[in-house]
Design a protein. Sequence first.
Lengths: 415, 415
Amino acid sequence: MKYSLLFPKTLKKAPSGAESINQQLLVRAGFIHQEMAGVYTYLPLGWRVLDKISDIVREEMDKIGGQEMLMPVLHPKANWAKTGRLKSFDVLYKLEDVVLGPSHEEIIYPLLSEYVKSYKDLPLCLYQIQMKFRNEPRAKAGLLRGREFLMKDLYSFHVSDEDRDAYYEKVRAVYIKIFKKIGLDVLKTKAGGGTFSDLSEEFQVMTPSGEDTIFVCEKCSSVINKELVQDKKCLECGGGLQEKRAIEVGNIFPLKRSYAEVFNLYFTDKNGEKKIVSAGCYGLGISRCMGAIVEVFHDGQGIIWPESVAPFQIHLVGLDLEDKKVMDEAEKIYKLLQVEDPERSRRTEGIEVLYDDRSDVSAGVKFADADLIGIPFRVVVSKKTQDKLEVKKRSEKETKFVSLKELIKMIELSD
Amino acid sequence: MKYSLLFPKTLKKAPSGAESINQQLLVRAGFIHQEMAGVYTYLPLGWRVLDKISDIVREEMDKIGGQEMLMPVLHPKANWAKTGRLKSFDVLYKLEDVVLGPSHEEIIYPLLSEYVKSYKDLPLCLYQIQMKFRNEPRAKAGLLRGREFLMKDLYSFHVSDEDRDAYYEKVRAVYIKIFKKIGLDVLKTKAGGGTFSDLSEEFQVMTPSGEDTIFVCEKCSSVINKELVQDKKCLECGGGLQEKRAIEVGNIFPLKRSYAEVFNLYFTDKNGEKKIVSAGCYGLGISRCMGAIVEVFHDGQGIIWPESVAPFQIHLVGLDLEDKKVMDEAEKIYKLLQVEDPERSRRTEGIEVLYDDRSDVSAGVKFADADLIGIPFRVVVSKKTQDKLEVKKRSEKETKFVSLKELIKMIELSD
């Protein structure tokens, strides 16, 4: 993508009212635009990041037998009346005959009860990546607490609690893997279950700007959410608890049996007996992860995207472009990097390049924009570079002069 | 995907109340599930089709300079009050302080007015693929008239009407190409512009089950929508008009200047003069296309998917699976077809296979399910087939015995 064509360009300063780091940087760098409190447009750069996080999540969900589908935003109000959550779910958007889905138990249980009859129909693991809606009275902190946000929700259904628990363990392990892949260190945290279940486990990213309060045991390192804190003593070992700030990026929990009762989700087992279906629910906040990544990975100059979710791999900066020879060289490098090449190990698709081809701004402005946007590799072509390329990793200080071939090798090795 | 694991299985008959062909077949075959009038879950098979249509649209949008982004569903009510559409848009979902987006002029104009200052910032072509909401009082006909539906909307912004008109022509040509790619023959139809513009062009698929009425000139073949009919004479040549039924799958129109006025979308031209931005809007109904395809491509047995949008390319049917030799052969073929093979022209990713591995249903049931689901190639492995495969195209009657290599060649040649 040529930067001259990209919508929009960076802003000199964050708009007033953007109090959190992720909102300030994502808005300034041109990833998101706020439409109202807690409601954002994902601009082309931001949409690329969301899409990459989604694809990483999708790949891992498919590996544990998840089948992707898409449930609606509009839910019949009657379903929510049945579970009692029309009243108890405090941030529900309600219209005349519908509510906007903040979660999908009220859709997936009645759906399954039409199809699941026998033990042969189980287990089932179904997921979607979809916008969720919660009428947050205090929508704030950029992508951390939105009224409209992108979430992956997986639901699993089983013949027994034991079978569900085994799958639950699998999901827990996969979650750790996903968060690692997208660059986030998470703490598994015991928490309450809200209207969903009795207990849940949260995945929390420890960071001073976090909205959640968690308690870490000084002795055994186990972590609990503030809902479960009693006397500030560890539930496991009785050790002292330290209060920390964190961002919840995922949560998993066994679902209350009452959903299956209300929506009549039973099956016939091998012996012809009627049994209740056991279920689990596994949420992962895709847009919230994007916000959390920025909270963790930034410096005074801007964002530092982990390579797995960066909107582009290379930020190619063309300098001295009034010199036709340099301009031609920069264009050539831009094209060569993007070429599909089956000989490049693990990268037949070509490398994603954002090419700053502007001829009306200074080198300083281009470097500042590159730092703000935060693409992993900055590559300069200029009069000075001649037949080499000047490479700098966004996360490091040193620049190096390398050939195109060496650059491609660097990128292949690093992801 | 193994059919034994796929959610859900086919239904013996369509649910009561499903009056349209697309709803009957898509529900029976397990592509969609109705949650309420006009609101559907896209089940795993249906989600694959939607995704394929989206990808074809995306590819073509990118080729004409479209930049993908994602605008929100929740719109500030104030924006809709500004354009007067809070009252005039008759199927708008309204909540206390927000409306649910049925179209995105009220978001994209204010967004652009923050970034577009100079002629250098134009042209801009931005699009999204997103759920839209319209409170249809008579939601019906399956995916043809929904309350929640997937749409691609592209907006283009230009320094002049001439520039916009040139881009408009480009989009028109690309639309014809997209519809052809997904198997739909469309008629370009002149129509009114509703609350959006003065005139518009619709892309209509002629079919007896269509909800729209169009008029085709007997003499010059030009087509107009019923809004524009006067005395049943052609506007171009005065010829007689024939009334036909059709499904509108896309529409394109120059946007009324009043949007730019209301949201203050002006720019400074080369001479330093302030000028109004000229714009166009280009809609394409992704989920409606899925419905239209089924209305056009089906027979008494089920759906006949065009290869470009089919959920899988091959429906592999294993028969006599109680015979271990046959079972092993079927599993082997299932795996080999899916292998990534760079030597296969145009298909390094492997072939998508739905494998009916059930051992508890008859050959008759499996064939009936394959016809209902409508995947382009049915491939049988049985005692009879030995080292060959029995292939039948869904759209044809004859079966052929071929080798694996010949089968792969057939598929490569046909798409």
